[in-house]
Design a protein around this ligand. Structure first.
Ligand SMILES: Nc1nc2c(ncn2[C@@H]2O[C@H](COP(=O)(O)OP(=O)(O)OP(=O)(O)O)[C@@H](O)[C@H]2O)c(=O)[nH]1
Ligand SMILES: [Mg+2]
Length: 465
């Protein structure tokens, strides 16, 4: 099957490169506020499973469309000679800087690429566009127009009227924020341009949908791994005679917290990588909500289970409920110390993230005493981590690769996915798994799978993810 190729063309600075980035899932496509950012035609293949599904060709904007059209008109006798006139124009001006942009953008079209013509629905239609559209029509190649409402929709209706005289298919799509489904629709429309392309584009959409599901599953596995890591992480330090226990405890707590923050950051990087947001991972972008410190009270209120919900899953019991009992050291006899920072448990501490870790002294068989820190009695920790991971995933999965600004979300904008939305059954299943993993200080592959399955179900319910 031939790989369909589409040249994205239009006036300078209308979001052509942005559309390429969004449809090729490539956040490396140069996009900038300045006009004239793209100076050469560059091919961006969309790959899935080692196959190229389609190719998008980013091009510079028209600079001298009217003069170019005048040149072509002088060449033509009959209408059927028009495509040849465009090809002759490209050949004749290969080394001519005057028409560098026109040559770059028309060359792939004369070589057989379909045309996607991009305009901005916020600025009025004007005759200066007519020469561009006329040249494109002369190429005889299948074409489609996209209205990108960069700064608003004020002139969208006018554009529709104008464009429909030149293009059979006209679509409006907000390139930066169009939901995935709209991006898929546009791909299907590409398939309508030419019958030969239809099967390839249908397959492309199916492959992308399949890839979406696979990405979600892989993300769920990563998040399950993060939770298991948090529940089984343990750090210890030798408690020599005369040691400053308070200082040591504080140091261990810090180490523990930092390790959770690091685990979370690593998991986020991996999820971003799965969705091919590589530049985002590198830019260390701050997410207004999800990058609040993991251990702030606000974070716990936002993402943790409510006190009632926690009580509902039998998880408010404080230190006695299982997390604090160190049975996995090889025998209960090894657990000799008293819980130093053990929780009071109950109502007052349901979001007490500072008491999240349990620090306890233990006596080892050879007589040494150690201090050990591990997941605390506060059962909210894995729920908080899960809530944050879920919001992060929803933002990343839905994000257009055309966006260049850091990922930001307002607290009150309805995107916050609170775990209170979990069904009672899901909550209970999760709480059981969390307790088992924390008790055993290790996680079996069956538990990891069970956890990943619940998380995958949760992620698939999040809009667009
Ligand atoms: N708000 C908003 N901004 C957009 C949209 N599409 C593109 N932009 C911005 O418009 C500017 C130009 O976008 P590009 O994709 O570089 O435009 P271009 O047509 O490739 O520009 P040239 O290569 O210079 O011809 C960038 O700052 C984009 O972030 C949109 O749908 N909404
Ligand atoms: Mg560009």
């Amino acid at each position: 099957m031939t790989v369909p190729k589409f040249a994205i063309v239009g006036h300078p600075n209308k979001g052509k490169s942005s559309l390429v980035a969004a449809l090729a899932s490539d956040d490396g496509v140069p996009v900038a506020p300045e006009s004239g950012t793209t100076t050469r035609a560059v091919v961006y293949p969309m790959r899935s499973g080692g196959r190229i599904l389609y190719e998008l060709i980013d091009t510079p904007g028209f600079q001298r469309a009217r003069r170019a059209l005048t040149w072509m008109r002088a060449q033509v006798g009959n209408a059927d000679d028009r495509p040849a006139a465009v090809s002759r124009f490209v050949q004749a001006h290969g080394d001519d800087r005057t028409y560098k942009a026109e040559v770059e953008l028309l060359r792939p079209v004369t070589a057989g690429a379909g045309i996607i013509y991009v305009v901005d629905g916020a600025v009025p239609y004007g005759p200066e566009y007519e020469a561009e559209m006329e040249i494109l029509r002369w190429t005889g190649q299948p074409s489609l127009a996209v209205i990108n409402p960069i700064g608003g929709r004020a002139h969208v209706a006018q554009w529709r009227d104008a464009l429909s005289q030149f293009f059979r298919i006209v679509r409006e799509i907000d390139v930066l924020s169009a939901p995935l489904e709209q991006r898929f629709d546009l791909l299907r429309a590409f398939g309508e341009l030419d019958e030969r392309w239809r099967p390839a584009l249908q397959q492309a959409v199916a492959a992308l949908e399949q890839e979406r599901r696979a990405n979600r599953e892989r993300s769920a596995q990563i998040i399950a791994g993060l939770l298991a890591e948090a529940l089984t992480a343990r750090f210890s330090a030798e408690l020599s005679a005369g040691a400053d226990v308070d200082a040591l405890r504080e140091r261990l707590q810090q180490t523990y917290r930092q390790s959770l923050r690091d685990s979370e950051a690593r998991a986020r990087d991996r999820v971003q990588h799965i969705y091919q947001h590589r530049a985002l991972a590198r830019s260390d972008a701050e997410l207004a909500v999800v990058s609040d410190d993991l251990f702030s009270e606000q974070t716990w209120e936002l993402f943790g289970l409510s006190r009632t919900a926690l009580a509902g899953v039998g998880a408010t019991g404080g230190a006695a409920a299982g997390f604090g009992v160190d049975a996995a050291l090889g025998g209960a006899s090894l657990f000799l110390g008293s819980a130093i920072g053990a929780l009071a448990g109950g109502a007052a501490t349901w979001f007490a993230s500072d008491q999240m870790a349990t620090v306890a002294t233990e006596q080892l068989p050879m007589g040494e005493q150690i201090l050990r820190v591990k997941a605390g009695a506060n059962k909210n920790l894995p729920f908080v981590l899960l809530g944050r991971a879920r919001l992060h995933h929803a933002l990343v999965a839905q994000r257009s690769h055309a966006r260049r600004e850091p990922l930001v979300v307002g607290r009150g904008d309805g995107h916050v996915l609170q775990l209170s939305a979990l069904s009672g059954e899901q909550r209970a299943a999760l709480a059981r798994l969390f307790a088992h993993i924390a008790d055993a200080h290790e996680v079996s592959s069956a538990q990891l799978r069970a956890l990943a399955d619940i998380i995958n179900a949760l992620l698939s319910g999040d809009s667009g993810a």
